[in-house]
Ligand binder design. Structure first.
Ligand SMILES: Cc1ncc(COP(=O)(O)O)c(C=O)c1O
Length: 368
């Protein structure tokens, strides 16, 4: 990939996405899923772009995932089959959701009967059907039902509702890292198996079991119960994934182009990308590792962020071969957490061969 084809007068800070790396990332994840009989339902919170969502569908994804109903509204332009992997609670959310369900297939992950009742009421009033996945806590301890019997009870309750139906289970195995012991994978499968067994005994068929996020997406075959996965970050990758050993720096498709605006000391320079560009997210693998990776200065550390300033410290033994940073020079930064970073930008630039084109971050700030 030739990142240098971005013109010298390109505005900074800006988020630039290499389309050829995106294509490779989409193709390899789709290939993994095809080879392992898994459906791929990518989480669009990473790119928030209709164009990128369409590329995922074109590459073979069976539908899309979102967290928020506002994101579903935007992504309905890319797919007619959307999963809201987040409890859609609250009148404002439900009204929008049922309006969308008039001409889209909507699935929602929930973990309470109260959420089911709210969905049922809204769906009945709008005369639409909503598909439900019971959210099972497989060990990450965020949302999700811990007790298998309670998960089965939720499925039974949903099945009794006139405008809802159970299509399966969802989970988020965020506690499992790429180097996890087999035992953890076995426990993960057992959590789901208990619910499947309980549902089957009550005559409820579980057709879909939806799991997976980028760190362990390509190990999903270790849990044979899964029928689909929902990775999001894999489309761009980021420094978190690199440090987890999930991808290489060359597989990171999104970088921030920044300009050096000050060189206050021999070992320090300031770029025009601060927390409003990079986000304040620390590296998930090492909280002390700084706020991203500076490609031109691989041993440097982004030590401190203000809103519009990124402070970068060079190590004492910085090689003399590396040209010292000068005001006006540009650097490429691979952010720690690309999803949050994308949500901070109005637009991003797609780089393909020699062409660099601006695209909107369509679902930016869709928090409802
Ligand atoms: C419910 C759910 N599913 C899928 C994902 C995708 O995870 P990742 O971005 O690590 O691929 C997330 C990420 O936060 C999530 O919360």
């Amino acid at each position: 990939m030739n990142w240098n084809c971005v013109p010298d007068d390109h505005p900074t800070p800006s988020l630039i996405v290499a389309e050829d790396i995106v294509r490779d990332n989409l193709r390899s994840m789709q290939e993994y899923c095809n080879n392992n009989n898994l459906k791929l339902r990518p989480h669009t919170k990473t790119h928030k772009s209709i164009r990128m969502a369409k590329a995922q569908i074109d590459a073979g994804a069976s539908g899309l995932t979102v967290a928020k109903v506002g994101e579903a509204q935007v992504m309905s332009q890319a797919s007619s089959d959307i999963m809201i992997a987040y409890p859609a609670v609250g009148t404002c959310r439900l009204q929008r959701l049922v309006a969308l369900a008039r001409n889209h297939r909507l699935r929602v992950g929930i973990d309470s009967q109260l959420a089911a009742e709210m969905l049922q009421d809204a769906a009945r009033q709008a005369n639409v059907r909503i598909e439900i996945l019971a959210d099972v806590d497989v060990g990450f301890h965020r949302t999700g039902i811990v007790d298998a019997n309670k998960a089965v009870e939720l499925c039974e309750f949903v099945e009794r509702q006139s405008h809802l139906s159970v299509v399966g289970l969802m989970c988020f195995p965020g506690h499992i890292l790429p180097n996890a012991q087999e035992q953890l994978w076995a426990e993960y499968a057992e959590c789901l198996q208990r619910v499947v067994h309980g549902c089957n005994q009550k005559g409820i068929q579980i057709a879909t079991i939806s799991g997976g996020s980028t760190p362990t997406a390509r190990q999903s075959h270790l849990n044979p119960l899964l029928t689909e996965i929902r990775p999001g970050t894999y489309i761009y990758n980021d420094l978190n994934e690199v440090r987890l050993g999930v991808c290489t720096l060359d597989q990171c498709a999104a970088r921030i182009l920044a300009t050096i605006v000050s060189t206050p000391a021999a070992d320090k320079f300031i770029v025009d990308a601060g927390s409003k560009t990079l986000s304040s997210d620390r590296n998930a693998a090492n909280q002390d590792a700084g706020f991203g990776y500076v490609v031109e200065y691989p041993h440097a550390k982004i030590t401190r962020l203000s809103e519009e300033h990124g402070e970068i410290t060079l190590p004492a033994n910085q090689s003399t071969e590396t040209p010292p940073p000068r005001v006006g020079d540009r650097v490429w930064i691979i952010p720690n957490h690309i999803c949050v970073c994308v949500n901070l930008q109005n637009s991003f630039y797609r780089m393909d061969g020699d062409s660099v084109e601006e695209s909107t971050v369509d679902a930016r700030g869709m928090l409802i």
